[in-house]
Ligand binder design. Structure first.
Ligand code: ZN
Length: 184
């Protein structure tokens, strides 16, 4: 990541809104924001395969669900946060991943500029590619700051996206089970 470019960019925004970039409170802001982006956009340097590659063999193929995974991302249209919960269920073929790796996979794709629809699909595709389950279903519920602190200002409204792959695609029973396990 090019820290100098980020610093320059932040300085220009501050000047653009009419701030005095030399005043005490702002002196370290460009450098601080540049360091912050190492974390907020750090997913671009991460590989989901690394996390989903650590598998455990299992017999049988019962649905595994990890729900209420808290995540923070940024919308690519406004560079404002959107955040909420991701719920992931998959039907293993012959292997499962550690539960913490599921949350790590969400972070890989959340920590970059995103669209909620793409985030949902990328998580599902990463499972299909790396774990080769019989199918996966991903649901994300999120609040978008670009809808709550600006524009139409609807605090508390949530955007819900759902993606299915494999056996979940045309199996209503499996989908219903997903919502039941979620408590919906
Ligand atoms: Zn936005």
């Amino acid at each position: 990541m090019d820290q100098e470019k980020i610093k320059e960019g932040v300085k220009l925004i501050l000047e653009g809104i009419g701030e005095d970039v030399g005043r005490e409170g702002l002196a370290d802001t460009p450098a601080r924001i540049a360091r912050m982006y190492e974390e907020l956009a750090g997913g671009m340097q991460m590989d989901a395969g690394e996390h989903l590659g650590k598998r455990f063999h299992v017999e049988g193929s019962d649905m595994v669900m990890e729900k209420d995974i808290t995540f923070y991302s940024m919308c690519e249209h406004h560079m404002l946060p959107f955040y909420g919960k991701a719920h992931i269920a998959y039907v293993p073929t012959d292997s499962v991943v550690g539960l913490s790796k599921i949350a790590r996979t969400v972070e890989v794709f959340a920590r970059r500029l995103q669209l909620q629809e793409r985030l949902t699909a990328q998580i599902a595709d990463a499972f299909m590619e790396n774990l080769a389950p019989k199918g996966v279903m991903v649901m994300i519920e999120a609040e978008h700051m670009c809808m709550t602190m600006r524009g139409i200002k609807k605090p508390g409204s949530r955007t819900v996206t759902v993606v299915t792959r494999g056996v979940f695609d045309d199996n209503r029973d499996l989908q219903d089970r997903f919502y039941r396990m979620l408590g919906r």
